[in-house]
Write a protein that binds this ligand. Structure first.
Ligand code: GLU
Length: 479
């Protein structure tokens, strides 16, 4: 029995077999929000039983990605808690203990079938038009037969004896009622492998029970595992937790989200200059819909607003433009010092702090992520003339342009310091002298410097470019 049956306890239980993906991050977030909203517990457990594919690097990546997103756990790996250890390979004795109970009660049995035998069984079943399943042949071994196999040195696996004709009903908090039939789940399944390592379906049940998990919230890909898990809860005499299976995340072409659709790992978004607050906001909206029109939510607001009732059954579509838009909203709200720090990762060391700050100020409303800064660097670095589009070329073809640019360049020559203010003033003076204002004055200067009719403030861009480069660009126009 759980110590406090009313307390909501959820967990994120990743397998450290690769970096944290968007889908995993969303599962972690939904669990975290549920726990926070209900004043419950969020547990972080490492399901590292796949020894070939698990690695300390993946574990580290998952932890760091969660922390970067602002998702912390109040029980779990690294920090411990009342149900430690929280790494499955450190809990083997616990799984063996529960397995012994299943064995003693006749719910489990040793199976000595070789890979070859299992494969032959599978092929025969396919031949007969049956769905492959373990046919239960080792269930009926006598004590003598078992002893003979042991004497041969065969290391058995432990299988769960799936009862016949049992209806397995999941009252899924997202999907509603989902029914499976026990005879359709692939036959008696392995719970402990021959090397003593538990399988996922078994270890997850033991852990979720002992860690007093009240709600299992995870990806839809695990729905088909749930009937096996229900059988284990029942056989062990344990109360089943509530289940909620969240829909898949699809790419924009409606196929399962994969690398093909762009970055799938959280670290990639971090490296590409996204803000964690924006990614959290975006992930929350992947499957969950808020009650009102508002789309921008801080973590604290999400903790209050989030509920499983508003999580959709249909798949969520990953819309990168939406993520970029959300990111731009958070980016614009940052102080310029933080934007300057964020873009620093995409700039060479030659960029002094002062110039970085000016660049941040110049680009705040023109970039959606920090890495977008790279698109603007050609505007403010180097003396090469920038290729003009048709509109820009038409601006430069106007009759008054040559004298305007010459006079502007001459004034720039005399400036000892190029700042947005001195440049603004120079443009103003040039206009006064030549009797030009508005677009007739500003547009040719803009195009001469940037090659385009649109873009960030020209006085700031010119200041960033520096006197030497600016003069070379102006000279190109007069050629
Ligand atoms: N280790 C499983 C995974 O990473 C966890 C599934 C679950 O939450 O039950 O997919």
């Amino acid at each position: 029995m759980r110590d406090n049956p009313d307390r909501l306890r959820v967990r994120f239980a990743p397998s450290p077999t690769g970096p944290l993906h968007i889908g995993g991050a969303r599962s972690a977030l939904f669990n975290y929000l549920l726990a926070k909203g209900a004043g419950g517990d969020f547990i972080m457990r490492m399901e590292d039983t796949d020894r070939d594919r698990s690695s300390p690097e993946s574990e580290e990546n998952i932890k760091q990605s969660l922390l970067w997103l602002g998702i912390t756990w109040n029980e779990g790996i690294d920090i411990g808690g009342p149900h430690a250890p929280y790494r499955q390979t450190e809990r083997l004795a616990t799984y063996h203990e529960a397995a012994q109970k299943l064995l003693d009660a006749g719910h489990a049995y040793y199976c000595y079938c070789s890979e070859l035998e299992l494969e032959a069984m599978r092929l025969k079943q396919i031949d007969r038009g049956e769905t492959p399943h373990y046919d239960g042949r080792c269930r009926r071994l006598s004590a003598g037969e078992r002893a003979a196999k042991e004497a041969e040195g065969i290391k058995p696996v432990l299988r769960f004896a799936v009862p016949k004709d049992e209806e397995l009903l999941i009252e899924d908090l997202v999907r509603g009622q989902v029914v499976f039939q026990s005879q359709e789940i692939g036959g008696d399944f392995v719970i402990i492998k021959s090397d003593g390592i538990p399988t996922y379906n078994y270890a997850v049940v033991v852990d979720d029970h002992l860690m007093e998990i009240s709600h299992v919230v995870r990806g839809e890909e695990h729905l088909s595992n749930t009937p096996r898990q229900l059988l284990l809860y029942d056989a062990l005499g344990w109360i089943r937790p509530a289940f909620a299976h969240i829909s898949l995340i699809l790419g924009e072409d409606r196929s399962k989200m994969s690398k093909r659709h762009g970055s799938v790992s959280v670290v990639n978004y971090q490296a590409e200059g996204y803000l964690p607050q924006a990614l959290v906001n975006f992930l929350a909206l992947l499957g969950w819909s808020p009650a009102g029109e508002e789309e921008i939510f801080t973590m604290q607001e999400l903790e209050q607003e989030f509920s499983l009732e508003r999580v959709a059954k249909n798949p969520a579509v990953f819309d990168l433009n939406k993520l970029r838009w959300l990111n731009s909203q958070y980016l614009r709200a940052l102080p310029k010092e933080q934007i300057a720090d964020g873009i620093a990762a995409f700039l060479t060391d030659e960029w002094t702090e002062e110039r970085r700050l000016l660049l941040a100020e110049t680009l705040t409303n023109h970039i959606e992520t920090f890495s977008d800064v790279c698109n603007f660097l050609p505007l403010v670095e180097g003396s090469e003339p920038l290729t003009c589009d048709e509109d820009a070329a038409a601006v430069l073809a106007q009759e008054h342009v040559m004298s305007l640019i010459s006079s502007f360049a001459a004034k720039i020559e005399t400036l000892s310091e190029l700042t947005p203010a001195t440049i603004k003033e120079t443009i103003k003076q040039t206009g006064k002298e030549l009797g030009l204002k508005g677009a007739a004055l500003f547009m040719p200067i803009r195009v001469a410097i940037t090659g385009s009719c649109h873009g960030p403030d020209i006085d700031k861009l010119a200041a960033l470019l520096g006197k030497e480069n600016l003069l070379v660009r102006l000279k190109h126009v007069r050629k």
